[in-house]
Design a protein around this ligand. Structure first.
Ligand SMILES: Cc1cc2nc3c(=O)[nH]c(=O)nc-3n(C[C@H](O)[C@H](O)[C@H](O)COP(=O)(O)O)c2cc1C
Length: 659
């Protein structure tokens, strides 16, 4: 396989073509030095088989100076002082023991941008938008300031000095971060969208590339000719002609940086502020959907090229390599969800790979599907005594508990009242937009078979079952139910969200969705040709509330940009799905749903189907029934506390690792 072929970049030889890209939320000590947690985090990925491990962007300038090269305390590791060298030396040594190489990314990240002016120029249709919707990092709002020439030079010198420290520590490569639009100084200097300077760092392409060129030259001076220097680019900012385009990248940026002395082009895309969906691509997009950018760059340079972006399976990576679209494939969130992905694949254990669901629920610390990613997980140990474990409920929480208990040596029986496993997550996977949730259901289902869990579907647990099985441990994982408001109870053509997902054929043409949380369902149904109105009591801030940033970004683009009236000629309006904020339901009759807004104005929405997606309540009655019926009785997931995939999977681990 091509993916297993080594590749030489200057004096670094990679054993294969799989790498971990920079992920900022790696662990580190409070003073930003590398600690045991950092080592463990990276080591598990090297152990899993990746040939190249990049650190997230490290702080190359000390905190408190005007040009920041770090985001916030606790969000990473630093290399702005010699005292950080031993930590990097230790990390490099550990990774080398697995045959993996270590690259360190650095650059101006957040806090200071390349352009002039207090804020980026908004699109005409973005006048009303609050930036913090898209650019709050680790809870900190990043301010925009103008960078002085002195600060520019300082940052370049700091970066070069940090690169020299990396080399001294035994690190194998460094990367200048010039990607992701307004999130980095490197990219915002290059970008015509952000850079409005009138000095030698703004204006022409030559001027806008000056920061990157000078920095690369300074790094080169610091590390010598044989040491690999990468650059990470947003090959296309995904802002049309207002930002960097792939044509600019191929014709101007790559040739210029190649001449400046870089050895490898790491191709990302998007803009943290304006096109975040391009960077941390949510589950809504096709896997590997941006590889054509790397492919285009590859045609414009002889340097090795890295491709990235929702590439979650080794076969797809291999295909892209075979097709000559890239020389190395980075897998970020996949190696977060399952660090052993390469190893399992090459050992013929493909069906054991836990594929990332693209949910963006942490991507490093935490990850909803990978309990072990956290700093202090309950350790996994073989059971001291094999017990009979009875799990009631085959959603992802129940299955995860069964997986862990069975792996520890317990004898597990699992009952599921439905005809299939996966519960609410499996139902959500039935919608095109969220079909990637099926990855988790498939993985856990396979584990049930492989671990010989005694799974019985269409079985509701009764006290007789408990008498027959005589379990030592009962784990109740019966999930939650949607609450149907009084006003809708017993009314015809009313379904709750999960019912609607399972009984698509029963949904009529005119759909009203009550609950702004169900934005994904609204978009999916509209895309399937239904006429959809989504309504709720709150405003924009409650639309898809609690969704991770890049998912919300997509949803807002789909819904509010086009549907919330904006007083500008550029605002496009597509009236499906329509969004009605600040309305309450007053009556439901065969003629329609009467909604009333804040001013008391009423509207009747004709409908064929009303879908309710509001509060959920725990189904904990079986827990109460079985209390005292076995030496140990637990409840996990929604049944213990209504939550999300993470609470289901993590609470399953908390219990199943201790029994
Ligand atoms: C939590 C998180 C932190 C990230 N931090 C960085 C970073 O520091 N520097 C960078 O260039 N990219 C960063 N990225 C982008 C990733 O390197 C990668 O390009 C992106 O996740 C797409 O790859 P994937 O779909 O394989 O995860 C980050 C992504 C995530 C999810």
């Amino acid at each position: 396989m091509k993916i297993l072929e080594p590749i030489q970049i200057k004096n670094m030889k990679l054993k294969n073509r799989i790498g971990l890209p920079s992920l900022l939320n790696m662990p580190g000590a409070d003073d930003s030095s590398i600690n045991d947690l950092t080592i463990r985090w990276f080591e598990s990925r090297a152990k899993g088989g990746a040939g190249l491990i990049m650190t997230g962007s490290v702080a190359s300038s000390a905190p408190g100076i005007p040009v920041q090269t770090r985001i916030v305390r606790g969000a990473g590791i630093a290399l702005y002082d010699d005292r950080f060298i031993p930590g990097f030396a230790r990390l490099a040594k550990v990774l080398h023991s697995y045959g993996a190489m270590l690259g360190v990314q650095m650059g101006i990240v957040g806090g200071v941008m390349g352009g002039r002016g207090p804020s980026p120029p908004p699109y005409p249709d973005e006048q009303n938008r609050t930036d913090d919707l898209f650019f709050v990092m680790s809870g900190v709002r990043i301010p925009w300031t103008e960078v002085t020439i002195e600060q520019i030079e300082r940052s370049q010198n700091d970066i070069a000095a940090a690169a020299a420290r990396a080399k001294a520590a035994g690190v194998d490569a460094v990367e200048l971060h010039c990607a992701h639009g307004g999130a980095t100084g490197g990219c915002s200097f290059i970008s015509p969208y952000y850079n409005h300077r009138t000095d030698k760092y703004g204006g022409s392409w030559e001027n806008r590339l000056r920061y990157a060129v000078e920095t690369i030259q300074k790094i080169r001076q610091a590390v010598g000719d044989d040491f690999p220097v990468f650059v990470r680019l947003s090959t296309d900012q995904l802002l049309g002609n207002r930002g960097i385009t792939i044509e600019d990248t191929c014709k101007i940026i790559v040739p210029t940086l190649e001449k400046a002395g870089v050895d490898c082009i790491d191709c990302s895309q998007g803009d943290m502020i304006r096109a975040g969906q391009g960077i941390t691509i949510p589950l809504y997009y096709t896997r590997g959907c941006f590889i054509h950018f790397a492919a285009a760059v590859k045609k414009s340079t002889r340097l090795p090229v890295i491709g990235v972006g929702r590439i979650v399976d080794i076969e797809m990576a291999e295909k892209f390599l075979q097709e000559g679209k890239a020389d190395i494939i980075f897998m970020g969130r996949q190696l977060v969800a399952d660090p052993d992905t390469p190893k399992k694949y090459f050992e013929g254990r493909k069906d054991e790979i836990r594929t990332c669901i693209g949910c963006l629920g942490g991507c490093g610390r935490p990850c909803p599907v990978n309990y072990d990613i956290q700093d202090n997980p309950v350790p996994f140990t073989p059971a001291e005594k094999a017990k009979k474990v009875f799990i009631i409920g085959g959603g992802v929480g129940g299955m995860e508990a069964a997986r862990i208990a069975a792996m520890r040596g317990h004898k597990v029986t699992l009952f599921e009242k439905d005809s299939q496993l996966g519960g609410m997550v499996a139902a959500l996977a039935l919608t095109k937009l969220t079909s990637e949730f099926g990855n988790l259901v498939d993985y856990l289902g396979t584990q049930m078979r492989k671990l010989k869990v005694d799974v019985r579907i269409c079985r509701e647990a009764t006290p007789d079952d408990v008498n027959e099985i005589k379990p030592d441990v009962i784990i109740v994982a019966t999930g939650s139910s949607m609450v149907i408001p009084e006003i809708a109870r017993g009314k015809p053509s009313v379904m709750h969200h999960i019912e609607a997902l399972k009984k698509k054929n029963a949904i009529g043409q005119r759909v009203v969705i009550w609950g702004l949380v169900a934005a994904e369902l609204a978009i999916s149904l509209a895309e399937e040709g239904k006429d959809v109105v989504i309504i709720g009591r709150g405003g924009e801030d409650t639309l898809a509330r609690d969704y991770p940033q890049a998912r919300r970004f997509y949803i807002f683009r789909k819904l509010t940009d086009i549907n919330v009236p904006r007083e500008t000629p550029e605002a496009k309006r597509v009236n499906n799905p329509r969004v009605l904020f600040y309305v309450d339901v007053e009556a439901i009759t065969p003629e329609g749903i009467t909604v009333v807004n804040k001013d008391g104005a009423k509207t009747i929405l004709p409908y064929d189907t009303l879908i309710i997606s509001r509060e959920r309540e725990a189904n904990d009655s079986l827990f109460n029934t079985f209390q005292g019926k076995a030496p140990e009785v637990y409840k996990i997931g929604d049944c213990a506390q209504v939550g999300d995939i993470q609470t289901a999977v993590w609470s399953a681990n908390e219990v199943a690792r201790k029994i």
